[in-house]
Ligand binder design. Structure first.
Ligand SMILES: Nc1ncnc2c1ncn2[C@@H]1O[C@H](COP(=O)(O)OP(=O)(O)OP(=O)(O)O)[C@@H](O)[C@H]1O
Ligand SMILES: [Mg+2]
Length: 267
């Protein structure tokens, strides 16, 4: 597995969070990954391609305000937000944005939960595409249709096709390849039957359409309760105001550590 140096690189590793289904944890996990990498000393950029909703932009802005308000030095990503407009030349703007953050080791791109030209362009720059899915057959439906009687994968569906096209566009542009990683998010503690079925279906689909499956991320309040301060569980370990650190914070940090590892981003 590749690992990253903490010194500036000429070509940052581009991690895109994408899924055509809304509310699966793209922005949450993008921010948690960014903070975890910053806390490991990497230079990180975040690019918001969902600037209208602006979740990751708000998260970063809240973090900046927290630092000012509390006088605490928290590491910040270089952040850019791109808007879709009829006059925008999307490929050029995205290319310029990536040039602007070329001194970073990692660029994390957050995309909206629906199709669109900007999101499509973002996907074509991915070295790694991370697709979080809620652990539900409804979420799986954008990746594959499931035969209701046999409870097996019937055929890949529209988002899987879009990723395939993005892979082709990427290869055509610079000969590069995209590693696709699917993460089951918001796993419940008490849904043994649903979990087993999802695990089997996702594993089947992985073989059929070529993605890797990361360890799942559980439903934890800690993933959402620090948004207003722009913080994550990673920060709690290092902050001077030492909020109470619970077992679930430790477990969340381990989950993000596992994600870093599966993405090959260990410094
Ligand atoms: N592991 C988790 N545990 C608890 N809450 C979570 C977890 N992951 C995400 N959430 C919550 O789920 C909701 C959706 O998350 P988020 O906004 O990150 O999804 P998204 O995929 O970026 O959505 P959109 O497609 O609208 O951009 C938010 O309320 C977020 O706080
Ligand atoms: Mg989002």
């Amino acid at each position: 597995m590749t690992s990253l140096s903490t010194s500036p690189r000429s070509t940052p590793r581009v991690i895109v969070f994408g899924n055509e289904k809304g509310g699966t944890g793209k922005s949450t996990l993008a921010m948690h990954l960014a903070v975890a990498l910053l806390n490991r000393g990497l230079k990180v950029a975040t690019i918001d391609l969902d600037a209208r909703q602006g979740t990751i932009s708000r998260y970063v802005a809240n973090r900046r305000l927290f630092a000012e308000r509390s006088g605490t030095a928290v590491p910040m990503p270089e952040h850019l937000a791109l808007n879709t407009s009829p006059h925008q030349i999307i490929e050029t703007d995205l290319g310029n944005a990536l040039d602007h953050v070329a001194a970073c080791s990692v660029v994390i791109i957050d995309t909206p939960g629906h199709d669109g030209a900007l999101s499509q362009a973002g996907h074509t720059y991915a070295d790694v595409l991370v697709t979080p899915i809620n652990d539900s057959l409804i979420d799986l439906d954008v990746l594959a249709h499931v035969d209701p009687h046999k409870q097996t994968i019937h055929r890949p569906s529209h988002y899987a096709e879009r990723v395939w096209k993005a892979k082709q566009a990427r290869a055509k542009r610079d000969g590069g390849s995209m590693d696709w990683v699917v993460v089951r998010n918001r796993l419940g503690q008490l849904e043994a039957r649903n979990k087993k079925l999802m695990e089997r279906l996702v594993a089947d689909l992985a073989k059929r359409i070529g993605f890797r499956v990361a360890d799942g991320i559980h439903e934890r309040v800690i993933y959402r309760e620090l948004f207003l301060d722009g913080l994550t569980a990673e920060d709690l370990a290092t902050l001077a105001d030492a909020r109470e650190v619970a077992m679930s914070h430790v477990a969340a940090r381990q989950e993000i550590r596992n994600l870093i590892s599966v993405l090959g981003l260990n410094p």
